[in-house]
Design a protein around this ligand. Structure first.
Ligand SMILES: Nc1ncnc2c1ncn2[C@@H]1O[C@H](COP(=O)(O)OP(=O)(O)O)[C@@H](O)[C@H]1O
Ligand code: SF4
Ligand SMILES: [Mg+2]
Length: 324
C-alpha cells in the first residue's frame, strides 16, 4: 500500500534564462507504515525533492512536470492556499534542513505554538496548550520547555521540540531533512529515538528521512533511495543497499560508510574521484558518467532507463546486469 506516489516529477529553479535541474524526472513512492531514507551527496537535490513531494514550492523553484498523489489526493494540482488548509501539518509535515532556526527567537515556545496552530485549526489557544503539554509528556519532553525561549535550549533539544510541534496534528507522513547533521553523536541518538518513538506510537504513519550519511539510515530506514545529480539512481531495501549495492554511485557511498575516517564519513564523500556536476548543465547520458569507473561509450550518449531488477528494487545503470 502506497501513501505517497510521485511520478515523473521535474522541479527546476528558474534563473535568468536557464534552469537548475534539481529534480529531473523522479518517480518515487513511500509505502504506508514505512521509513524511506533518501541519501546522496550535498547539492544532488534532496531538499528540493522532499519539498516538491509535499508541494512546498516557491519561486524560483517551479514544478515543471509530473504528478504527486498523497493519501489518494492529487496534491500536485492543489493551490497553495488549499495545501495550507487541508494538507500541510495534517497529511504531511516537514522538519526542514534549517529547522534549528525555525523557532522565533523573540517568542517562548508556547506562544509560537499557539500562534501557528490557532491559525491552522479551530481550537482555542487553551486547547492547543493542553494538547501540546500532553504530547510533550507522551514523548518524554518536559512540558516546562514550553515556557522557555529557543536560545535557552540546546541544539538537540530544539530539534526535538521542532519535531514534536511538527507532528502535533498526527500527519500521516513526516519528512525530516538532515535532522541530525548539525548535532553530535549522542544528541543524534536522542533525535533518532524520538523519530522512532513517533513512528512506533503511530503518531505518524510513514517517514522520509533525508541525509548524506548512509550509516544513520542503517539504524532507521526500511528502504533507501539514492539520489545523484537530480535523479534517483537506485531504490532498494536498506540491507540490499548496504550489502549488495548495484549502482556504481551507491557502491561509492557505501564504501564511504565502511571507512573508519570520520571526516570522509561526515562529508558523505565517496572514493570516487571528481565533483558532483553543475545542475545548470548536467552531463549527457548517464549523469554519473564523468566519475564512473565503469563508464562505456553508451553511458555518455544514452540516459540509462530505470530497470526493475527485482520486486521493489530499481536501478538506473546500463551495466546493471553485469553487476548482479
Ligand atoms: N533557491 C535556489 N536557487 C537556485 N538554485 C538552487 C536554489 N536552492 C538550491 N539550488 C540548487 O539546486 C541543487 C539542489 O540543491 P538541494 O536540493 O539543496 O540539494 P541537497 O539538499 O541534496 O544538498 C543545487 O545545485 C543547488 O545549488
Ligand atoms: S550507466 Fe554507465 S556511467 Fe552510469 S553508472 Fe552505469 S556504468 Fe556508470
Ligand atoms: Mg539539503
Amino acid at each position: 500500500m502506497t501513501l505517497l506516489e510521485a511520478e515523473h516529477v521535474k522541479a527546476y529553479y528558474s534563473i535568468r534564462n536557464s534552469y537548475v535541474k534539481a529534480v529531473d524526472d523522479v518517480s518515487l513512492s513511500v509505502d504506508r507504515g514505512a521509513i524511506l531514507g533518501l541519501a546522496g551527496e550535498s547539492g544532488c537535490g534532496k531538499s528540493t525533492l522532499v519539498n516538491t513531494l509535499m508541494m512546498n514550492i516557491r519561486p524560483p523553484l517551479r514544478l515543471i512536470d509530473g504528478t504527486i498523489v498523497l493519501d489518494g489526493i492529487k496534491i500536485s494540482e492543489m493551490s497553495r492556499s488549499k495545501l495550507k488548509k487541508d494538507v500541510w501539518g495534517i497529511l504531511v509535515s516537514i522538519v526542514p534542513q534549517s529547522a534549528l532556526n525555525a523557532l522565533m527567537p523573540t517568542k517562548k515556545i508556547v506562544d509560537f505554538v499557539k500562534d501557528i496552530f490557532h491559525y491552522h485549526t479551530d481550537m482555542s489557544r487553551a486547547e492547543i496548550v493542553s494538547m501540546v503539554r500532553k504530547r510533550f509528556e507522551e514523548l518524554n519532553l518536559s512540558p516546562e520547555i514550553l515556557h522557555l525561549y529557543p536560545h535557552e535550549l540546546s541544539g538537540g533539544m530544539k530539534q526535538r521540540v521542532v519535531i514534536a510541534i511538527s507532528t502535533l496534528l498526527n500527519p500521516k507522513l513526516l519528512i525530516v531533512d538532515e535532522p541530525t547533521s548539525a548535532l553530535d553523536v549522542s544528541t543524534q541518538k536522542q533525535v533518532i529515538k524520538l523519530l522512532v518513538d513517533l513512528h512506533r506510537a503511530k503518531i505518524i504513519e510513514s517517514m522520509v528521512f533525508v541525509t548524506h550519511d548512509l550509516a544513520i539510515l542503517r539504524q532507521i530506514a526500511d528502504k533507501i533511495a539514492i539520489m545523484y545529480a537530480g535523479k534517483i539512481v537506485e531504490v532498494a531495501s536498506t540491507d540490499d543497499i548496504l550489502y549488495t549495492p548495484l549502482h556504481p554511485y551507491t557502491r561509492g557511498l557505501v564504501n564511504a560508510v565502511m571507512t573508519p575516517e570520520s571526516e570522509v564519513r561526515k562529508r558523505g564523500i565517496t572514493f570516487i574521484a571528481g565533483e558532483p556536476p553543475n545542475l545548470l548543465n548536467p552531463p549527457s547520458g548517464c549523469r554519473f558518467h564523468p566519475r564512473c569507473p565503469y563508464a562505456k561509450p553508451i553511458c555518455k550518449e544514452v540516459e540509462p532507463p530505470i530497470i526493475e531488477v527485482r520486486d521493489d528494487r530499481i536501478v538506473a545503470c546500463h551495466l546493471v546486469e553485469s553487476f548482479m
